[in-house]
Design a protein. Structure first.
Length: 134
């Protein structure tokens, strides 16, 4: 038989989640590098004005690490990895929980968006996609 008969088609929702994950990676790395530059004394803008040296270093480093994790998740998502499905679900649930803490200032949108992500990666078609590799 031909390979195309057995090839699993990537659901559009999974593609969207993969792209969103990549965008989150870029945003995290940009903000992380920006905070670390601020920590080094290269102050672009006033967004981090008044933050402690520790805050800048800790959050800058954390943002870069999260960005790299998001890039890794993007790769796993496009590879059809079960690990990606689990981690994306876990991150989305964590984001939903944190959304309740700042419900009025964007938390509601955060909850809705992450709920959509959880639903997308757990559909029947998505589960098939994510069962291709560990």
């Amino acid at each position: 038989g031909k390979m195309s008969d057995t090839a699993i088609k990537r659901p559009a929702g999974v593609t969207i989640v993969g792209i969103l994950t990549a965008i989150l990676g870029v945003i995290n790395i940009v903000f992380g590098v920006w905070m670390l530059m601020y920590w080094l004394g290269i102050k672009l803008g006033t967004l981090f004005e008044g933050q402690t040296v520790f805050w800048l270093l800790f959050n800058g480093f954390l943002a870069v690490v999260m960005g790299l994790i998001y890039f890794w998740l993007t790769q796993l998502t496009f590879a059809g990895s079960q690990t990606a499905q689990v981690l994306i679900s876990v991150f989305a649930v964590i984001n939903i929980v944190f959304g309740f803490f700042h419900f009025d200032s964007g938390g509601a949108a955060q909850i809705i968006l992450n709920l959509i992500v959880v639903l997308i990666v757990n559909t029947h078609k998505a589960k098939l996609w994510f069962s291709q590799t560990a």
